[in-house]
Write a protein that binds this ligand. Sequence first.
Ligand code: ADE
Length: 237
Amino acid sequence: MVIDILTLFPEMFSPLEYSIIKRARDKDIIKINLYNIRDFTLDKHNRVDDYPYGGGSGMVMMADPIYRAMEHICRDKIKKPRTILMTPGGEKFNQGTAKELAKEEELIFICGHYEGIDERIMTLIDCQVSIGDYVITGGELAAMVVIDSVSRMVPGVLSSKESYEEESFFDGLLEYPQYTRPEIYRDMKVPEVLLSGHHENVNKWRRYQSLKKTYRLRPDLIDYGKLSDKDKKMLLD
Ligand code: ADE
């Protein structure tokens, strides 16, 4: 997958140079291209923002450098890649969106700053995405959250050991508790069933723990229509 990022702060994206995303980039499964919007200005002061028409506080990012950056990125492409604007007013991001976006061959992220972006860039945008109902200082951190989450769903990025198929949200429930050595730590024991080697009982215990944890912490995630009679019984116990 190719990921193009339009930003005023390309240096902010260094977190994508570590860990699993670094490995995916080294293996050429993920390619990340950073574009500084300021490089696409035409005036000698490299201005990227201006006062809002109609007055008001703050500055507005100008449309022209963004159009030019997009024309540059898309210059040899037959099809314009899906283009995402990071904004607190966008559709709320979740695991389902990550799965959808991971199917694309190329994505373009536009990171806003200041009080907003000239509305006329909207003709370039395919979807607007928010990482939650709060405002952060710019789209960069939000884009990194989305890029990290989408990248790990791209085939080949995670090893089978790191597979996402057993983690929180994959089956709509939170992940069951995990333990590793030692067997007793500060008087806290690993649940007996996990030491038993009885796979069926381990799986049953994990399903029950997932259900219980989701019911306690995120009841909004539970789709009661999809629960089996066995699940319902477990919850009522
Ligand atoms: N830019 C500022 N706040 C944001 C948010 N919550 N999601 C996406 N982009 C943003």
